[in-house]
Write a protein that binds this ligand. Sequence first.
Ligand SMILES: NC(=O)c1ccc[n+]([C@@H]2O[C@H](COP(=O)([O-])OP(=O)(O)OC[C@H]3O[C@@H](n4cnc5c(N)ncnc54)[C@H](O)[C@@H]3O)[C@@H](O)[C@H]2O)c1
Length: 351
Amino acid sequence: MSARKLRVGIVGCGVIAPLHAESYRLADGVEITWACDLVEEKARRLAEKYGIAHVTTDYREVTAAADVDCISVCTDHASHSPITVAALDGGKHVLCEKALAASPAGLDAMFAAHARRPELAFGGVFQHRFDQDVQLLKRLVEDGSLGDLLTAGVQIRCWRSPDYYRADRWRGTWAEEGGAVLINQAIHFIDALLWIVGGARAVNGVYANLTHGDSMETEDTAVATLKFAGGALGILEATCSSHLSWEPTLSLHGTRGSIDLRGGLPLKVRFTDEATAKRIEQDLAECDRAMKVAAGKRHYGTTHPELIADFVEAIRAGRQPFVTAQSARHAVDVVLGIYQSHRSGSWVDLA
Ligand SMILES: NC(=O)c1ccc[n+]([C@@H]2O[C@H](COP(=O)([O-])OP(=O)(O)OC[C@H]3O[C@@H](n4cnc5c(N)ncnc54)[C@H](O)[C@@H]3O)[C@@H](O)[C@H]2O)c1
């Protein structure tokens, strides 16, 4: 561990910011020096709760501050890009919440800034890649336990009330959220699926606003099909109009076995070799699902602390974090691809 503390600025002091603050506090040798929010009172509240010395409403103060080494970007989706660009250009390492950006132009600007300062750590927040069940599924694909992957899918069913969309101006807008259920809630498990199977090369989808027409303009329901890079086919369903609140289902089907998880727990595990199925069920039963910090909602999962500890270690080691921004981009490209496919009526190729 280096002698000097790593100094953090948090930009955006809303719902997710305390989870970042508490996760940084769990990491050794870290001090949060700045809290920034357009609404000064929100920055002040976070600062008081976590003993943060400086408060501002202008993120440029944080990106230019001498006592900041890295910045957590915890604002609405459209503002991630300008804040990240200013931070990287200011020589700060960046951890950006999902979704990295709300548009292809926003993404391109962020990666152009990182190309100017490639020595800086630039990570995305997809904490579920640290979930032990998600890591287990990835191992089953990679070590050949499932055989050749044939199909894989994800269903995300959650509930977002009309009041949720009315409460914050940016939510449910194309301009600031960039969408709704796909780019905000489902993107976590779209990322998990893509990470497990090794990425997608094309997507075709449709979306609708079926029950939130009075409270927001973007989609509350979407379905899509995917062609994965390895040749398997995929399916995706997402809705924030469901009474089955927060029950993500991940399914993988290969020539040697099939596995369906709901909320990280096994629904069905069938393998040609029964001993393998038993071992996997046992491993799933032993996955650590304990909450490590008080901040955050149950459906955010338990692994922000692991992701932030890795970001801190990455900075100290001079490497990119486990969830590189580059890899976190793929799920955004898939989501933006579904929107584009809906409008064009065609498949969208993913670079
Ligand atoms: N990883 C997860 O599990 C998880 C969970 C919830 C939210 N998020 C993500 O975190 C981000 C924030 O979500 P939230 O629910 O905390 O939203 P929020 O609306 O509660 O908070 C966002 C805050 O950012 C502030 N802000 C906006 N633009 C700003 C700017 N230019 N400078 C300074 N402050 C600015 C707003 O005033 C607001 O207080 C989003 O990207 C969201 O998708 C991630």
